[in-house]
Design a protein around this ligand. Sequence first.
Ligand SMILES: [Zn+2]
Length: 236
Amino acid sequence: MAYLPILYQIQETEKKYRSFEKRIKELPTQTNKNSLELLKSDLEALLETVKDRRKTISNRQKSLDLDVASCIAKLTKEEEKLYQGFGHNPRELEKIQQKVSEYRKQKEKLEEEVLKLMEADETSDAEEQSLTNRYAQTEEELWLVQQEIQDQIMELQFLKEEARMELLDLARQIPREWLDKYRKLGKKHQGIALARVVNQTCGVCHITLSDASLSAVKRGEDKLFYCENCGRILYY
Ligand SMILES: [Zn+2]
């Protein structure tokens, strides 16, 4: 029975197995999951800021409403005094008129601020809306990416398991001492214990093989021949 082709198959299947393992490990970091997560937390912070600003505006609006109401009350009181002919005394009358004009100015100023606040609140409201939409969109994208990663990992785990079963099956077909030699060499050579002969050279280290080595390997006997340079098992 030719053991070398089976050993070579083991090496190739192990390579696949390792690549599946590597991809399973790397998948979550290679996608745009991280950047989406960053964006999501940035949007969250921005939303928080806008909400705080709206709260401040709303509080100021409430206190302004009270100021306006109290100003109007004072103004009305003074105006009533005027109409009711209060203070026939010209000095008193002048004083009342002064107060009326003062309260009117104050009212105007307060109302101006009310308008400005309304505008600011409208802007913040639009900003909050747009941030909320973007946040929801990012969350959905993130969910999709996570879903996709999960699917791919499941698929890779299935392939990995398939490779593992294949390796068990292949290992059963090889004598123990061959496997031991293969494993020992593999440890020394990053898992590549076998080298194919390519155009009379070692397929891994690329040294030109001696004629003696070549003809021995080409006979295809179940004996192990090693590359004179890198020490790997040669396989034709
Ligand atoms: Zn070599």
